[in-house]
Design a protein around this ligand. Structure first.
Ligand code: GLV
Length: 309
């Protein structure tokens, strides 16, 4: 009997139970923080509190219900001698690419202005931006960013990718490392971030970065909130240096009521929904990771603590 300890959205337990049922031998899922949960062989978690694993003496590994592991990195009580696995789910990459494209095209085609005109029965054309060759930069071209970059290229955009290490993506110009960040940013019309949060990526979108983009550029953040310097972003929007921002992630979530992003006319606030975990599409991967951990083998997509994701 495999014992799985669960922490996260409790209403998702039943979904995981049924999606894993056809993929694993006998198993049970218990709340990680219960007495039964303390006996867990593996943990399936999202944003567990500090000390969540303190009583788990049999634990062979931890599997995340999402791709970001920044909160685990910050928690010194998470055991580092057993595998920590993040989800790399093509369905989530699809969802994030749809969200990024939706916001990019809404901006590029003046969706907000035309919706306001519609409400006022105002029949009037605005100058149309170029349909070919606008510059889009994807910050983070890993499993998700590569999908996004390819899709923007297919829409006729001129696409750049920013990565930590060299890589090749057909039709995408790659810029590697912080030394090339300024060249990456140079005159971009749209920036999409799907970076993991690390010390290097914290505050990467700041006044200096915004100043290198094309005037009126648009920021789309699907990575993590602290990658944007909020004050710099607000200043650049207010001065007209930037044209707008679509944000799915924030330094503090839920976004506090009094935060100026909520009411800023150039900011679209999304409540961290760009790619929600899908227990069905992720089930193969989670079941494989559990099986490998139970067999004492190395699971795929193991987090590298030194790298930070
Ligand atoms: C969501 O933000 C995730 O990291 O999966």
């Amino acid at each position: 009997m495999i014992r799985i300890g669960f922490y996260g959205n409790a209403s998702a337990i039943a979904e995981w139970e049924s999606s894993l049922a056809t993929r694993l031998p006998a198993f049970e899922i218990n709340e990680l923080l219960s007495e039964a949960g303390a006996a867990s062989d593996v943990a399936l978690v999202w944003a567990p509190p500090p000390d969540a694993f303190a009583n788990c003496n049999n634990l062979r590994g931890i599997i995340m219900q999402g791709q970001g592991v920044d909160h685990m990195m910050r928690d010194s009580t998470v055991p580092r001698d057993i595998p920590l696995v993040r989800l790399i789910d093509p369905d989530m990459a699809n969802a994030l690419s749809h969200w990024a494209i939706l916001n990019a095209l809404d901006f590029w085609r003046d969706g907000a202005a035309y919706r306001a005109q519609e409400a006022a029965r105002d029949w009037r054309s605005l100058p149309q931006r170029p349909a070919t060759g606008a510059r889009v930069g994807i910050l983070g071209v890993g499993a998700i960013g590569t999908v996004i970059a390819r899709r923007f290229a297919a829409l006729g955009f001129n696409v750049r990718g920013f990565a930590r290490s060299p890589k090749q993506i057909d039709g995408v110009d790659i810029f590697v490392g912080m030394d090339q960040l300024a060249d990456f940013a140079d005159n971009l019309d749209i920036v999409v971030s799907v970076l993991p949060l690390t010390p290097q990526t914290t505050g990467i979108m700041n006044a200096d970065f915004f100043g290198r983009l094309a005037p009126g550029a648009f920021i789309i953040n699907g990575g993590r909130g602290p990658q944007v310097n909020d004050d710099d972003l607000l200043a650049a929007l207010d001065s007209g240096r930037l044209g707008g921002a679509a944000l799915d992630v924030f330094a503090v979530e839920p976004l506090p009521d009094e935060h100026p992003f909520w009411t800023h006319s150039k900011v679209r606030v999304w409540p961290h929904v760009a790619a929600q975990t899908n227990a069905t599409s992720a089930a193969d991967q989670v079941a494989q990771a559990i099986q490998r951990m139970m067999d004492g083998e190395e699971p795929a997509n193991r987090v590298d603590w030194a790298r930070g994701y």
